[in-house]
Design a protein around this ligand. Structure first.
Ligand code: BYC
Ligand code: FE
Ligand code: FE
Length: 471
């Protein structure tokens, strides 16, 4: 099963054998490219970018690196190879064979899950569209665009499913996905985080660290789906996702390293004076993005999630690692607010599957956090970054509408308001970060003062490689 790259739409789904579907997607393609040109990366559309393009889904050869102009990127439709005789691994349908088509009774729910997943992909491209002009190096600029084109491909992956399995409704959804806009008042993107502004590169690294990581956990959950084409689509998206997470995690590490070095170098411990970002400001950005992304897992108690799980539509990340795949008689203990106090309540396990996914996510974030703290420690600075408690600053779920401090204690609105600027980025913090990011660093091998160079280049290339060539 190799990919036909010469086809108008590269694919490994035998598009040629389904002329009606192929024509529908070929009709959507120019609308997609117009969208890309209109609200995708600002500038750089004529530059040659050293990008990877999928040419095969196998372990070897799915990544092919070459210079490409972004509007000519070969966005294609690729499904991971099928597993023989796969059965559903959870819920009331556990053990039954997976579905090759959409079961009528689950049509609305599946459509909704696919549209929600799809919507985040173009949203992120829109959110990041202006960052090229203030990129800290060619290496980082190239990584930004790599992430952007792949998020575009993830949209293709979902639009293929909508067109192929949802008929007229699916085609309408495909058009709507190009009509909503991140941050728009009248046609916003579906999930809150995807309407939040991404104004500078610290936002970008936080986004690829925390928001793309939600993507990883959601894709892992959908990769368990009984709807086989969705599962295989998400499996292949996860391969690409790994690079996005790498960009975020190492990006923050490099920022933190420079911050620690400059904190140490300045007699007053003021990293900004040395051209780096203060560690306390990094902590505030972290508080903001981590809390926003915890919302992306949905409510702690969710009947939607329970029913997706029961019906075999959406499992949990690495479902095989959970002891019980039915969850009919367990309970989970949750801290809930009752009469202005936090109390522990037992909730039926199926209603709390969002929380299972969130637990795995938090653990993964803690691992990255420990790495950043080692970096600070190795420079010889006494400062520790922390993840705020899961209850802090939430807009969705049980903790929304209440206030908590970063350690998770219930506090009054007045206390939260008083501490707001200590915990979350202020306009002044943002202005100071932006003051360091006023232009793109475009000389090969050069890096902005506020970020350390990476350990190595992309695909074995040196750090001073010309990752982006301007015309
Ligand atoms: N913002 O039962 P509840 C990625 C809504 S990221 C706004 O608690 P549920 C990527 C919810 O829709 C991964 N609204 O939640 C990353 C519901 O609305 P209705 C994207 C929200 O349904 C970086 C109500 O609140 N993939 O790929 O269990 C770059 C109650 O909901 C939010 C997916 O999300 C929110 N944060 O779970 C590029 C997977 N959260 O019914 C890409 C598909 C909830 O009252 N989506 N609501 O109108 C899902 O599985 C679920 O929709 C969610 C929510 C996990 C998001
Ligand atoms: Fe994606
Ligand atoms: Fe991503």
């Amino acid at each position: 099963m190799s990919i036909d790259l010469s086809a108008k739409i590269p694919n490994n789904v035998d598009l040629d054998r389904d002329p009606k579907l192929r024509r529908a997607l070929e009709a959507w393609q120019p609308k997609y490219v117009s969208w890309w040109k209109e609200v995708g990366p600002v500038g750089f559309q004529n530059a040659d970018i050293y990008l990877r393009t999928a040419v095969d889904v196998g372990a070897k050869g799915w990544a092919n690196f070459d210079y490409v102009k972004m509007p000519d990127y070969r966005w294609g439709i690729f499904l991971a190879r099928p597993e023989d005789d796969r059965t559903i691994g959870f819920g009331d349908v556990a053990g039954q064979p997976v579905w090759q088509d959409v079961p009528g009774e689950h049509r609305a729910a599946l459509r909704r899950l696919i549209v929600t997943q799809a919507d985040t992909e173009p949203a992120s491209v829109e959110q990041q569209a202006r960052l090229g002009a203030i990129a800290p190096s060619l290496y980082d600029l190239r990584n930004l665009f790599q992430v952007n084109v792949e998020e575009g491909r993830h949209l293709w992956a979902m639009v293929y499913l909508l067109h192929k399995y949802f008929g007229r409704d699916g085609r309408d959804e495909g058009d709507e996905l190009l009509a909503r806009r991140a941050g728009s008042a009248d046609k916003p993107r579906i999930l809150a985080t995807f309407n939040d502004p991404v104004e500078d590169w610290l936002d970008f690294f936080m986004f690829t660290m925390f928001t793309d990581r939600d993507g990883k956990f959601q894709l892992l959950s959908l990769a368990e789906s009984g709807f086989e084409p969705l599962a295989r689509s998400c499996q292949f998206m996860l391969t690409e996702e790994a690079h996005h997470l790498f960009v975020g995690e190492t990006g923050i590490d490099r920022v933190v390293q420079r911050s620690a070095e400059m904190t140490r170098a300045d007699p007053n411990g003021d990293a900004f004076r040395g051209g780096a970002i203060d560690l306390a400001v990094i902590q505030k950005y972290l508080n903001l993005w981590f809390s926003s992304c915890l919302d992306l897992f949905g409510g702690e108690i969710s009947s939607n999630a329970a029913s997706y799980f029961a019906c075999g539509l959406k499992g949990r990340p690495h479902e095989e690692k959970f002891a019980d795949h039915l969850e009919t008689d367990h309970v989970k203990q949750l801290h809930l607010v009752q009469d202005d106090r936090l109390t522990i309540k037992e909730i039926a396990a199926r209603l709390t599957v969002n929380e299972d996914a969130r637990d795995g996510y938090i653990k993964d974030c803690e691992r990255a956090l420990a790495k950043w703290n080692r970096t600070i420690h190795e420079v010889g600075v006494t400062f520790e970054l922390t993840l705020p408690n899961r209850r802090f600053n939430r807009r969705i779920g049980e903790y929304a509408g209440h206030h908590f401090d970063p350690r998770g204690h219930l506090i009054s609105t007045a206390d939260f308001t008083r501490m707001h600027d200590t915990w979350l980025p202020t306009a002044v913090d943002r202005a100071r970060v932006r003051a360091l990011q006023t232009r793109a660093v475009t000389k090969p091998g050069e890096f902005a003062s506020w970020i350390a160079p990476p350990l190595r280049g992309i695909w074995g290339q040196p750090l001073d490689f010309e990752y982006v060539r301007f015309d």
